[in-house]
Write a protein that binds this ligand. Sequence first.
Ligand code: ADP
Ligand code: MG
Length: 206
Amino acid sequence: MPDVLDIALLTSWIDRTAAVLEREKAYLTELDAPIGDSDHGMNMARGFAAANAKLGATPPGDVGALFKTVGMALISTVGGAAGPLYGTLFVQAGVKSAGKASLDLAGWRDCLAAGLAGIVQRGKAEPGDKTMVDALTPAVAALDGGGLSAALAASAEAAEQGMKATIPLVARKGRASYLGERSAGHQDPGATSSWMLLKALAETAA
Ligand code: ADP
Ligand code: MG
């Protein structure tokens, strides 16, 4: 089990994420159908395929460059809310990790926290608004020590709990908010893709 996240590991994380999102494309789109516009699976699969291709074409020299490449690929290839929001997450993570060859647990927590702060600044969602913020917030909080692999597993589990907790919520941000009370009873697609990203990271580092 690795004690740091280096460029090779982070590159395989993005590769794994692209594969997971391609496989789960129909499921994410199904979640986006009743409370959105049925494009979340397509958006995510297309964005991470582009990010993965970019990393393959120009291997980054440090972690900051890697995250920045992923973020810019997401921003430039994904329309809709989620592309720019996930793009911001990776760009801000890249600012935190500029020049670093690898991240230890505290380094990764700083990156994810900065990424989440970027999403909140841009999208103005608070916990409980039924968005990806509901999965990412507990995921950051769960990165509170212990070994790297165990912490990443705990973080992914916390994201899964946050994702499930979006089901009864009434959406206050994004397209789902147009439905008002009728958005309750559906799991948020963006919280679900956030869980998938973090689960892929935990699996890559296991
Ligand atoms: P769109 O809503 O433009 O079709 P997607 O379907 O790709 O974009 O993504 C929808 C997801 O984006 C939602 O499930 C939610 O998690 C997330 N989202 C939407 N608006 C916001 C926001 N303001 N802040 C955080 N996340 C948001
Ligand atoms: Mg949508």
